[in-house]
Every structure is written in C-alpha cells, then in structure tokens.
Write a protein that binds this ligand. Structure first.
Ligand SMILES: Cc1cc2nc3c(=O)[nH]c(=O)nc-3n(C[C@H](O)[C@H](O)[C@H](O)COP(=O)(O)OP(=O)(O)OC[C@H]3O[C@@H](n4cnc5c(N)ncnc54)[C@H](O)[C@@H]3O)c2cc1C
Length: 570
C-alpha cells in the first residue's frame, strides 16, 4: 500500500515554544506550514518551565550585563555573536509575548516583576508566578492556532529525507494507529527539545528522549558539545523533579546535616545564587563528605520557611504542591530535601546564528533548520544560566522561523518518493517482529542509572571509559529486544523502543565527547583535570557517527566577542 505524501512549504517537528513560535512566523508570512508533534502541543516540555525568562528591562540592569553574565556563565564557550543577538532582542521578545497575551506577574507599581536567578548581576527573570513556561506556551500555541498553523498531534517523526546535502521532508507515523506518511517540504525545522532523560535522576519529562539528535546523527551529520549536560542543584530527593531556581531566587537557603549554610564556603559572594554547576557540585560534595541529610543521607535541605506563607503562596505555589505530593513535606512549615538532577542539554544539533543546520565546520545543510533546546547555536556554551533557555526557545524559534520565511523562495522542492519511508518502516518492522530476550524498560534503566553514576556531576577518565563500554554493550543488547504489544493501536511499547534506540545513540556522543575533553569547564567537571584549559579546549566538540555506529571527534572554533576569557568565580 502506498504511503501518502503531503506537501508543505515548511514542516516543523516539535510544538514547544521554539516550534510553535517558528510556525506562527511562517504562517503569518503566508507560508503553508505543518507542525508534527508526538505530544499534544500543550504537553510539550516548555510548559514545565517554572521560574522565568530573562530580559534586561529594569534601570539597574543592562543588555551588556546580560551578555556578560551569559558568557561568564557559559565558562566562555558560548558564541558571542549569538549571545549578543539573544540579549539584545530579549526585551522586545518579552514585550511581544505580552502583546500576544502572556500575563506576567507584576510589581506594585504595575511593571513586569523580575526575580534574581543564579549567576546574574541583577534581578532579570520575568515570570508568571512559577508557571512561566505554561503561560507562554498557552499564549504562543493559541496565537499559532489563530493564524491557522496545521498542528499534527500525536504523530512520531522517525526520519528526515536527506540527500545530496539537502533535507526535503520528514517521515512519520501516527501514534494512534501506525498510519505512515511522508511530509515533503522545501524547509524542515527540528525543535524536538532536550536529552536529559538519558540520566536516571532527571527533571525532564519522559518524552525528552532527544529523538531529533539521533535522527540527525544517523545521517552522518554532527552533534555539537554533547558532553555539556546541566545538572540542576535542586531536584526533589529521589526523583529529581525540579524545584526551580526561583526557590533560591526568592531567598531559599541550602543547609547540610550540621545546619551549616555551606554555600558560604563554595561561593562567598553569590551563595545559593552562584551558577548552577557550582551549586550542584557543592551539594554533591557535601553529600560525599558525609554531611548529607534524609533517610539515605543523599540530599541537602533547602529552607524557605523564613519567606512565610503569603510569599510562598504568591510566588511558589506549584513548587510547594510538588514537594507535598512527592515528599510529603510542606515548605511553608519545614525545609525540603533536594539534590542535583540532570536538567538541560547545552549541546545539540549545530546551527549558525540564523538556525541553518551545519553539515560540518564549513558547510550548511540546505533546507534544514533547528532551534530551542535540541539546537546548539551556542548561547549557553558549557553552562546555561537559569531563565535563558525559555528565552532562547522563544526568541530563536521566532528568529529561525523568520529566516525560513526569507529562504523559502530560493529553496526548491525535491519531490518525495515512496522509498524515502524505507528506513522508518524497516525500523518499525524490526522492533515489532523481533523476539529477543531484552526488554525496553530493563535496558533503559541500565542506561539511565549508569549515565547518572559514570557521566554525572563528577566525571573521570575511568568512569567515562567504563561508560563508553557500557553504552556500546547496551546498544548490542538492544538488537536483541522484544516488545510484548504487537498491536497497531496506541502501541507505546513500539514508540518507547524507538526512543530507547535514540537515547543509546546520543548517550555515546555524550560520553565519547566527555572522555576526550580533558579539562573542567562549566557543567563538565573532570576530577582528573580540575581546571579549565583554554589553550587546548577553548573549542566546540563536533562529533560524528559512522555507519557502524562508531563516533569520531572534530572541533570547531568558538566565536569570540567583546568579553575576554577570565577566571570564573562567584
Ligand atoms: C522542570 C523544568 C523547568 C524549567 N524551567 C525553566 C525556566 O524557568 N526558565 C528557563 O529559561 N528554562 C527552563 N527550563 C528549560 C526550558 O523549559 C526548555 O529548555 C525549553 O522550554 C525547551 O523548549 P523547546 O521548544 O526547545 O522544546 P520542548 O518544549 O521540550 O518541545 C519539544 C517538542 O518536540 C516534540 N518531539 C520530540 N521528539 C519528537 C518526535 N520524534 N516526533 C514528533 N515530535 C517530537 C515534542 O512533542 C515537543 O512538542 C526548564 C526545564 C525543566 C525540565
């Protein structure tokens, strides 16, 4: 039976802030655009963003300070042209979002309220209570619907059509019934979100399986800076569910088993509001040295009781609910238990400042774009500052959407063929008919636990080499999987197996890139190379996978700018 081919000017995969914002720009400019998403758009992970979105709006702040904080936070690995673009356009982005209907929290005199976040010189995070992402996502989705964007919900994008350096479509199946289709387009954009689900303790939703990255990598295209995974300091103990930096921004204090406010020793100036990598390492260090709290002594306290009920209910109501639901602890009355959790993907699909995907250091892929957390533009370098990623997703989503509008007239449409779906069909068939002895939950659990143990907050040559071998072995065992559900209707076993295949592929990029980076920079901390080495490693990692699944590494220059690298202290 032939597979239907649908033709659009542009097809976007992902309906979070980046994908939805880009789609709106394209449709507004009269382009025929479809958004394919494996989730309902409002269930995209952007909706989970709690704390805020940065912009230098106030008199005590400036765009230059925002740029400096971002570059310093990034441990000088960010590309400064992209940082400049983001910080300069941030105030306009907030005003635009507000005009679109986003209701931000206000000060008593009616201005948009801003709260302090880690590593920032000034209170800069605009917020809607602690539901910032949901407010923004609802607004942008509604606006995209209003202009007539075609959202194709609960379809799983499994492959791109890539030939002769050009992408000309997406191959996907309907999760409801496995109906297959080819979406042929002049321009394709990936906005598929982050990859921190490769770790056991993670703040990310189960859907954050980094599919987009492996789909791209399987075509021999590079992934950039994959070793840089952010570990957020405050995940609820045991699960890693996020307690936003807003909790520290509003005045939360971190305490160890001795009742000591230990950040005084690690970051005497910024204390709990040092950058995330610094605070996460301090927490794990306290636990390792026996000053942890909780039944397993594997957490520290965050104490918010001094803020009082009124402020907590006004500013942090969702966080309070989360701690009550998952730990049975009420932050109004008592400190709650937290520890570091895998949170954000600084690495991703390499793109230039206008979102064109890179084929290598010198060439771009025609008709292919990426934005949001799956992309590496790179504004976050080695460590992202809190409240800069919702900004990146929204701002670069719009910007890349505009860049696609500009390019589309010059892009030609390569007509899709039935054989373009062969790879996806073969993958689905293999998983459905395989009768091996390995299970998806079993392998996924081994991958996630070993990634947390060996490629987490602290890394060494020994743990990373071990993890390379573990991932390679898990990939071999993946060939031998079996799923029990062979049906066509909402076969989530099939989807989870495909997702696991993606996780195994990009996990190897993370550990191989981390093993080769023999320095400590931002979120990548090597206990055997504890300092930053600008001479050898002031460069982006560009990793490629060959047809046998082997990874090779190359490097790309960092775009410098007005801020010279300095020692990073807080
Ligand atoms: C708990 C939490 C709180 C956060 N709080 C903040 C904050 O306060 N401030 C801040 O700046 N940042 C925050 N972040 C980070 C920020 O929310 C994300 O980086 C950002 O929202 C990512 O947006 P995105 O559009 O790139 O991707 P997402 O919103 O993750 O969307 C990804 C989309 O891709 C789709 N998709 C993926 N794979 C496929 C596939 N194979 N086929 C079809 N569709 C697919 C999904 O359906 C989804 O629509 C937080 C992150 C977490 C985890």
């Amino acid at each position: 039976m032939s597979i239907p081919i649908y033709t659009y000017d542009a097809v976007i995969v992902g309906s979070g802030l980046a994908g939805s914002a880009a789609a709106r720009e394209l449709k507004q400019a009269g382009k025929n655009v479809a958004v394919i998403t494996k989730l309902h758009p409002l269930r995209s992970h952007s909706g989970a963003a709690q704390g805020g979105i940065n912009a230098a709006l106030s008199d005590v702040d400036s765009i230059e300070l925002h740029e400096f904080d971002t570059v310093k936070g990034a441990d000088y690995l960010a590309d400064q042209d992209a940082v400049e673009l983001m910080c300069q356009k941030a105030p306009e982005t907030i005003r635009w979002a507000e005009r679109m209907g986003a209701a931000f929290s206000r000060t008593d005199d009616g201005k948009i309220a801003q709260r302090p976040f880690g590593g920032q010189s000034s209170p800069r995070a605009c917020f809607a209570k602690d539901r910032t992402g949901l407010t923004l996502l609802q607004t942008i989705y509604e606006q995209a619907l209003r202009v007539g964007v075609d959202f194709i919900d609960e379809w799983y994008a499994a492959d791109i059509i890539y030939e002769d350096g050009k992408v000309s479509g997406v191959v996907a199946f309907n999760i409801r019934n496995q109906e297959k289709a080819i979406f042929n387009a002049k321009a394709v954009m990936f906005a598929t979100g982050g990859y921190a689900r490769a770790f056991k303790i993670s703040s990310n939703a189960h859907a954050n399986t980094g599919d987009g990255l492996s789909i791209v990598a399987r075509h021999g295209l590079p992934l950039e800076d994959m070793e840089f995974v952010q570990f957020h300091p405050s995940g609820l103990s045991g699960s890693g569910i996020l307690i936003s930096e807003a909790a520290r921004g509003e005045g939360g204090k971190l305490l160890n088993s001795e009742g000591e406010r230990f950040m005084e020793r690690y970051a005497p100036n910024k204390l709990e509001l040092a950058s995330r990598d610094v605070v996460a390492r301090a927490i794990i260090n306290e636990i390792r040295e026996g000053r942890g709290v909780g039944p397993r002594k594997d957490a520290v306290y965050i104490d918010l009781t001094h803020l009082g009920k009124e402020k907590i209910m006004e500013r942090l109501p969702e966080l309070r609910d989360l701690a009550i639901t998952f730990l049975g602890l009420d932050m109004i009355k008592e400190p709650i238990l937290i520890s570091a959790t895998a949170h954000y993907s600084m690495g991703g699909i390499p793109v230039d400042i206008d979102g064109h995907v890179r084929k290598n250091n010198d060439a771009l892929v025609e008709g292919f774009y990426a934005a949001g957390e799956c992309a590496c533009v790179s504004v976050h370098g080695a460590n992202r500052l809190g409240a800069n990623s919702v900004l990146e997703a929204l701002l670069f989503g719009r910007h890349v959407g505009q860049s696609m509008v500009n390019d589309i007239e010059t892009l030609y449409l390569r007509e899709a063929e039935q054989s373009d779906a062969d790879t996806m069909i073969a993958e689905m068939e293999r998983i459905l008919t395989n009768n091996g002895k390995e299970t998806v939950p079993g392998l996924r659990n081994e991958l996630q636990q070993s990634m947390t143990d060996n490629a987490g907050v602290f890394r060494t040559e020994e743990t990373l080499s071990k993890q390379v071998e573990i991932v390679k072995e898990l990939r071999k065992r993946f060939e031998n999987i079996r799923i029990d559900d062979k049906s066509k209707i909402f076969n989530t076993d099939l989807q989870e197996a495909i997702e696991l295949g993606h996780m195994l592929d990009y996990a190897l990029f993370i550990v191989e890139s981390a093993l080769a980076r023999k320095e400590s920079r931002g979120a990548h901390y090597r206990e055997d190379f504890t300092t930053r080495d600008d001479e050898a490693f002031m460069k982006h990692t560009m990793a490629y996978m060959d047809a046998n699944g082997e990874i090779s590494l190359d490097y790309m220059a960092v775009t410098p700018g007005k801020f010279e690298p300095q020692e990073r202290t807080y």
